[in-house]
Design a protein around this ligand. Structure first.
Ligand code: C2E
Ligand code: MG
Ligand code: MG
Ligand code: MG
Length: 281
């Protein structure tokens, strides 16, 4: 009986694993086609500048159609792209599209910055900075409009190998953002030593901040530390009026979150930004 149960477990486990592998194979396959057929989508989430109340910034986010009218979760797509050797192709695609978007519309929409996520693998290949700069230049957008976002934990792990590329990018005017700050082993100490210009405070740190005084204190320390180091602070994932009010008063310069705007397809983002920035004049 014991053996039988064990066997059943094995069978169940195999089915689950099989399902995961099939999903991964499916996503990698769809991603490859979507890149070559240019059906991979880049969505934009407007970001508000607290002082002026205007949407002067946005983040580009990849959207891979799932064939059923929806999209695969971006985090999963990135993870599979990294394992499947597709992360550079995906990265170039998103960077190229987002830079062309800026090149075409930044002026008319009064967008000052565009954030584009990059995987650390994109930074670790040879001549990575030259390559990224080439993609940016080809789009015609000035480098100082572009912020490359790198997840904090990943950047810290690879900082030794990534720092020369980061230095080169920053010398060319690109801003570097430390993404998802506050997840894992963040330390306020290294904010003074890292080659970054912006920190994006993760949602886990600011969620329901109105009921948690310890979180509020932590947010204030981060804002103070950022000020001392001349870093720009963006607060991610703000969903409620209560959080928005406290965070706006905390000294962060920018707020990103569903409270203000969700990520949206390019055409919708153009309409949204044109309307909002016109209204707020
Ligand atoms: P991220 O860079 O931290 O991007 C912000 C994520 O938070 C986005 O999820 C966005 O939709 C979500 N978000 C924004 N506001 C709110 C809010 O108020 N509440 C909640 N619950 N969520 C909010 P998304 O688009 O699913 O992307 C997930 C992650 O996948 C990104 O996190 C980023 O790490 C990665 N990613 C997305 N696009 C790309 C890309 O083109 N290249 C790379 N390398 N990574 C990407
Ligand atoms: Mg990001
Ligand atoms: Mg983030
Ligand atoms: Mg995040």
């Amino acid at each position: 009986r014991y053996t039988k149960e064990q066997n059943q477990k094995t069978v169940i486990y195999d089915d689950a694993l099989d399902q995961i592998i099939r999903t991964e194979t499916d996503i990698v396959h769809r991603l490859k086609s979507a890149i070559s057929e240019e059906t991979l989508e880049v969505w934009y989430q407007p970001i508000v500048h607290v002082k002026s109340g205007r949407f002067t910034s946005a983040e580009a986010l990849v959207r891979l159609p799932d064939g059923k009218g929806g999209f695969f979760p971006a985090g999963q797509v990135i993870a599979f792209a990294e394992r499947g050797g597709l992360v550079e192709a995906l990265g170039d695609y998103v960077l190229g599209h987002a830079c062309r978007f800026m090149s075409l519309y930044a002026h008319q929409l009064e967008l000052e910055h565009m954030g584009i996520n990059i995987s650390v693998q994109q930074l670790l290949v040879e001549n990575s900075a030259d390559h990224l700069l080439e993609v940016i230049r080809a789009s015609g957008v000035p480098a100082d409009r572009i912020t490359l976002e790198i997840t904090e934990s990943v950047l810290i792990q690879s900082i030794e190998h990534a720092s020369s590329s980061l230095d080169q990018l920053r010398k060319s005017g690109i801003r570097i953002a430390l993404d998802d700050f506050g997840v894992g082993y963040s330390s306020l100490n290294y904010l003074s030593n890292l080659p970054v210009d912006v920190i994006k405070i993760d949602r886990s740190l600011t969620r329901q901040i109105y009921i948690n005084p310890k979180q509020r204190a932590l947010l204030h320390s981060i804002v103070e530390m950022a000020k001392i180091n001349s870093l720009t602070v963006v607060s991610e994932g703000v969903e409620t009026k209560e959080d928005q009010q406290l965070i706006s008063a905390s000294g962060v310069q920018y707020i990103q979150g569903f409270y203000y705007a969700r990520p949206m397809p390019q055409e919708k983002a153009i309409r949204f930004l044109a309307e909002q920035n016109h209204k707020n004049k």
